[in-house]
Design a protein around this ligand. Structure first.
Ligand code: NAD
Length: 508
C-alpha cells in the first residue's frame, strides 16, 4: 500500500499545487511505499509565507513558554522513539536498533535545547563610562531553512530544529525526497507538544524547493547537510542572496592504526564504523590506514569479523522472526546500490585486492531489496577512484603506510576533513595526531567521534562551507543575531550639565 506524503504548513498536511510526485521505496523490499509531493516554486512560497506569518509571535513568546514546548517535545519523542525508528527503517533501510540510535542522538540535541536559557543569557557591564551601562542580547533571525540528507532523516533535522525553535525562529525543513515521512512525523509531534502552527513547517521536494529557499528574501539563514557539490552550491547561492549559511558536505574518514594498538579492538572498531548503517554515514570509516608492520595481521582480523556480518531486512518484524536484528540493512536506492557496486568493480580493475566481496551477497530479505554486502579492499593506493571518491556504502579500503608521518600526510592531503581516528596505546602519539591533522572531529581509540550535543559538529576543508558548526554553542550562535545596547539613565540627584560635544568621547 502506498501513502501520499505531503508538505506540512500552518499546522496541517497540504498536498501543494504542483502535480509532480516522487516515488519513495522500501529499500529492503524494493517496492514503492509512498508518493512524495514535489513542491513548485509557488508551493515553496506558500510555506515560506506561513513561516513568516508565525515568526514574530513566536519570537515574542516568553523564554519560559518556548522552553516548556521543547520539554514537552522531548518527552513525546523519548516515549515514541520506536515509532519514529520504524519509519526510518522503512524508507532508509537501516536496521531498527541503528534507527533507534539515530533518534537517541537527535534527542540529545533536544535535551540541550531544553536548557537554551543558559545560552541566550547576555552580558552586562556597569559604568563603562560615567552613568553609562552596556548589555548584550541575542535575537532570533526570523525564518530559517534546513535542507537535510537521506542518511539521517530524523537526527539531522533534530540537530537544527530544536535549537532554532528554542531560540525563537520559525523553521522550514526540506527533507530528502528519498525518506520524507520522518519530517511529517516530527511536525505532528511538535504540534502535540504545543508549538503554535506555522513555527515548524515541512517543504517536500527537490532542487525547485531548495532554490526558492536559497533565494527568497524572507529566509534569513540556511543549514544544509548533504554531499559536497550541493553543499558548495547551496553555500555560494545562499551567500549571494545575503543569507547566513552553514553547509555541511561529504567525507572520507581515515582510521589510522599504529603498530602498538590493540589490534582486536581496532578491528572491531573498523568493522563497526565501516559497515554500520551500510556505510551511509558521513562519519563512517572508509579508509583504514595500517602503519606497518601491522597490516597483514590487521587485515586478517578485519576480514574475519566482516565475514560474520548478517545482511538483511532491518524491520522489527524481521528481527522478531529471526530472533535478532540484522547487522546491516540494504542501501537506500537501487541506483545507489549499483553505483557503490560499480566502485567495487573499479577498485578491482585498478589493482586493489578484494579480500571480502559484497557483490552477490545472500541477504535475509526480499530478493528485490537493494542489497550489497560488506566489502574489504586491501592494497588501495591514493590514486584509485575507490580512495579518491566518497563511496557512501559498505566498502572499507586498507591503505598500507610505512610510518606515522606518512599516515598523517595521507589524512591531510585528502580534500575532505570531516572525521578521523587514531588507534594506539601511546598517549604522546595520540596527542601529536590531534595537533597534526586538519580535520574537524577526531577520535582517539573512538572510531566515530560524533560530538555530544553540547559540543558542535562540523568538518574542515570540503566537508564544511561556512564558519559555523552545527548544534552546541555554535548552533545557538548560528540561529541568533547579537545586539549590544548602550544605556544612559539620568540620576535626578546628579544631573549632568549637558551641552554639545561633537567629538568622540576621550575617556579622560
Ligand atoms: P545530497 O547532496 O544528494 O542531498 C542533500 C539534500 O540536497 C536533499 O534534501 C536533496 O533533495 C537536496 N538536493 C539534491 N540535489 C540538489 C540540487 N541539485 N540542488 C539543490 N538541492 C539538491 O545528499 P544525500 O545523498 O541526501 O546525502 C548523502 C551525503 O550527505 C553524503 O555526501 C554525506 O557525506 C553527506 N552528509 C554529510 C553530513 C555532515 O555532517 N557533514 C551528515 C550527513 C550526510
Amino acid at each position: 500500500m502506498t501513502s501520499r506524503i505531503s508538505h506540512w504548513v500552518d499546522g496541517g498536511e497540504w498536498a501543494g499545487g504542483s502535480d509532480r510526485w516522487g516515488e519513495v521505496t522500501n529499500p529492503a523490499t524494493g517496492s514503492v511505499v509512498g508518493q512524495v509531493a514535489m513542491a513548485s516554486q509557488d508551493d515553496a512560497r506558500r510555506v515560506i509565507d506561513a513561516a513568516a506569518a508565525a515568526a514574530p509571535e513566536w519570537a515574542a513568546t516568553s523564554l519560559a513558554r518556548r522552553t516548556q514546548v521543547v520539554f514537552a517535545f522531548r518527552e513525546l519523542l523519548n516515549a515514541r522513539k520506536d515509532d519514529l525508528a520504524a519509519i526510518i527503517t522503512r524508507e532508509h533501510g537501516k536496521v531498527h536498533s541503528d534507527a533507534v540510535g539515530e533518534v537517541s542522538r537527535g534527542l540529545e540535541v533536544v535535551e540541550f535545547a531544553c536548557g537554551i536559557a543558559h545560552h541566550l543569557r547576555g552580558g552586562h557591564s556597569e559604568s563603562v563610562s560615567t552613568g553609562i551601562d552596556v548589555h548584550s542580547k541575542r535575537a532570533p533571525l526570523g525564518v530559517v531553512g534546513i535542507i537535510s540528507p537521506f542518511n539521517f532523516p530524523a537526527m539531522v533535522p533534530l540537530w537544527m530544529c530544536a535549537n532554532a525553535i528554542a531560540c525563537g525562529n520559525a523553521f522550514i525543513l526540506k527533507p530528502s525526497e528519498k525518506d520524507p515521512s520522518a519530517a511529517i512525523w516530527l511536525a505532528r509531534l511538535w504540534q502535540e507538544a504545543g508549538l503554535p502552527d506555522g513555527v515548524f513547517n515541512v517543504l517536500q521536494g527537490d532542487k525547485v524547493a531548495v532554490d526558492e529557499l536559497l533565494s527568497n528574501p524572507t529566509v534569513q539563514a540556511i543549514s544544509f547537510v548533504g554531499s559536497t557539490p550541493i553543499a558548495q552550491y547551496v553555500y555560494e547561492e545562499a551567500s549571494r542572496h545575503g543569507k547566513r549559511v552553514q553547509a555541511l558536505g561529504g567525507a572520507k574518514n581515515h582510521m589510522v592504526v599504529l603498530p602498538d594498538a590493540d589490534l582486536d579492538l581496532a578491528a572491531d572498531a573498523a568493522v563497526s564504523a565501516g559497515y554500520g548503517s551500510a556505510g551511509e554515514r558521513c562519519m563512517a570509516i572508509s579508509v583504514l590506514v595500517a602503519v606497518e608492520p601491522v597490516a597483514d595481521d590487521l587485515v586478517a582480523r578485519v576480514a574475519e569479523r566482516t565475514r560474520t556480518l548478517v545482511i538483511g531486512d532491518g524491520g522489527a518484524d524481521s528481527a522478531a522472526e529471526h530472533g535478532s536484528d540484522a547487522d546491516m540493512g540494504p542501501l537506500v536506492t537501487r541506483e545507489h546500490r549499483d553505483r557503490v557496486a560499480g566502485f567495487i568493480d573499479s577498485g578491482e580493475e585498478a589493482g586493489a585486492k578484494v579480500v571480502v566481496d559484497g557483490r552477490g551477497v545472500k541477504a535475509r530479505g526480499a530478493a528485490d531489496g537493494f542489497w550489497l554486502g560488506p566489502t574489504l579492499f586491501d592494497h588501495v593506493t591514493p590514486d584509485m577512484d575507490v580512495y579518491r571518491e566518497e563511496i557512501f556504502g559498505p566498502v572499507l579500503s586498507v591503505v598500507r603506510v610505512g610510518s606515522y608521518d606518512e599516515a598523517v600526510a595521507l589524512v591531510n592531503a585528502n580534500p575532505y576533513g570531516n572525521g578521523t581516528a587514531i588507534f594506539t596505546n601511546d598517549g604522546g602519539a595520540a596527542r601529536r595526531f590531534e595537533e597534526d591533522v586538519q580535520v574537524g572531529m577526531i577520535g582517539v581509540n573512538v572510531p566515530v567521534p560524533v560530538p555530544v550535543a553540547y559540543y558542535s559538529f562540523g568538518g574542515w576543508k570540503r566537508s564544511l562551507f561556512g564558519d559555523t558548526h552545527a548544534h552546541g554553542a555554535e548552533g545557538v550562535h548560528f540561529f541568533t543575531r547579537g545586539k549590544v545596547v548602550t544605556t544612559r539613565w539620568i540620576d535626578p540627584a546628579n544631573r549632568p550639565e549637558g551641552g554639545l560635544e561633537l567629538g568622540f568621547p576621550r575617556n579622560d
